[in-house]
Design a protein around this ligand. Sequence first.
Ligand code: NAD
Ligand code: USQ
Length: 397
Amino acid sequence: MLIAVLGGDGFCGWPAALHLSDLGHEVVIVDNLVRRRIDEELGAQSLTPIAGIEERLAAWHEVSGQQMRFRDIDLAQDYEGLRSFLDTERPDVVVHFAEQRSAPYSMKSPRHKRYTVDNNTGATHNLLCALVETGLDAHLVHLGTMGVYGYGTAGMAIPEGYLDVQISGDDGAQVDQQILYPTNPGSVYHMTKCMDQQLFAYYAKNDALRITDLHQGIIWGTHTDQTLRDERLINRFDYDGDYGTVLNRFLMQAAVGYPLTVHGTGGQTRAFIHLRDMARCVQIAVENPPARGDRVKIFNQMTQTHRVRDLAELVARISDAEVELVPNPRHEAAENELHVHNETFLDLGLEPTLLEEGLLMEVEDVARRYADRADLDKIPCTSTWTSAQEAGVPASR
Ligand code: NAD
Ligand code: USQ
């Protein structure tokens, strides 16, 4: 198949593009490289030394014989460029990773909030609109987030996208319905993913677009089989206070001897998935498209849930690090339970990489290996959440 990978220069997009290319698909990456410019804005850089996109593509051609192509298009700002790309290439599948994905970055300032909303909803809506305008029946696979649900489980496991509800009808009879699970975002970034969800539901209904939305948990890990094949293919590893995600931050902090930064009590429970499993899930989603006229297919793309303080203790144990409880810069519940249904991917053949198996390798092969590139000043989380938080209003969920 011809697959367009939007956001294919990023942390998830790059290994996913390599994985799809390795399977024999023709892959075109579309990216405006804004993530590399944000590194410059923040004065932070990937712990791993990432090559430029042209060098990445040349290296992949050298080691695999596969020719991936690259197009520099801003999906949010250049509708004409996007429409004409789709019209010319006519991809069978469009995998959409191209959004601003950091919650702390989205909360930094009014400018960052507005950029995140404009960029993410602009990119997604332009894409949907261009698919309709070009009459392309491509399967759109979008990377969403578990954060659209919120993290409180109300004594039940979170379903895959849709909730069974029973309502009292006008005549008093009970009416059964399935609705989109009510959204409960925890940052402006997460809110954009909730808005994406509405856009998808509308375009699937109105224009019969075929859409799969992957509600992905927090990624951990760095390498996949493909990124390991040449140093120039190495994936990015974010550890700074805005883009570093919790487990990768703990791994890096352990490697450089920085006390592990647990926010609050560390009682937050979140959903996780290894990078390698992410690429495999994208493959499975690509291979199992909805039919035209179907509602949006929603999969929960996560394999395990963990409490933040348990992760810190685990990393501290295997690498002899210290744990520090730091004031939480976010407006989020201090403690929560999280149970999630994820049977769809397991039934379709996903074999999860469990934390217990992969963690030590990540500490040794990645975090320690590149520790000398770390800038310790970039570790603290300096983006704070809300005026409600400053006023002392507690977050309940
Ligand atoms: P990333 O920032 O590393 O990559 C995103 C890529 O999209 C970057 O290369 C960036 O340059 C590009 N991009 C952004 N806006 C663009 C635009 N307007 N036009 C063209 N290109 C644009 O992020 P990531 O970690 O690879 O995340 C990819 C997707 O997966 C995101 O949508 C994110 O919400 C989702 N996700 C990520 C995680 C995680 O832990 N990293 C977890 C759940 C979901
Ligand atoms: N946390 C710490 N210490 C740190 C960093 C984070 O305790 O040093 C805590 C946070 O307060 C939060 C939890 O760890 O409670 C997760 O934070 P995170 O930065 O790892 O994850 P999050 O902000 O939720 O965002 C990441 C990705 C985002 C994706 C989301 C999936 O950046 O793109 O959508 O994970 S999910 O969390 O399931 O919504």
